[in-house]
Design a protein around this ligand. Sequence first.
Ligand code: FES
Length: 143
Amino acid sequence: MNLDDIYRETILDHNQMPRNKGTLARPTHTFGLLNPTCGDRIRIDISIEDGIIADIRFDGQGCAISMASASMMTEAIKGRPVEEALDLTRNFKRLVLGQDPDRDLGELATLEGVARFPSRVKCATLAHNALQEALEGGRTGRE
Ligand code: FES
C-alpha cells in the first residue's frame, strides 16, 4: 500500500462513516453554505464555551471530498480554542491551493492532492468556509 492508497482510504472512511454528522439542539453559532458550482450545501453548528469549540456538527450533502473534509475538520477542531480553529482552516486552504501550510494538519493533509484539481477546491473548502463564516462573521443565520 503506498501513500496515495492510504490517503484514499482515509478519505473514503470519513465519507462512509462521517464523524460529528448531524445538528446541535442549541448551537451558539451556525452557518449554511452553498457550493454554487454543484448546488451542494453544508451547514455547520457550533457550540462555543469560554472561547473553546465545545461541540460541533455538520449536516448536508455533497461529494466524497466535501463530506470527508467536513468530517476531518470537525474532529480536528473540537475542543480547541476558536483562534486555533481559524488558524487550522486558513492553513488547510493554503494546502489545497498548493501552498505550504504553516502547521501540521493531521488527517486533513490527506486532501493535499486536491491542489492538482482546481475544480475540487470548492468541495474541499466548503465546510471550512462555513466554519469561518460562522466564527468570524459571528453569523447565526441558517439557509
Ligand atoms: Fe458538490 Fe463536491 S461536487 S461539494
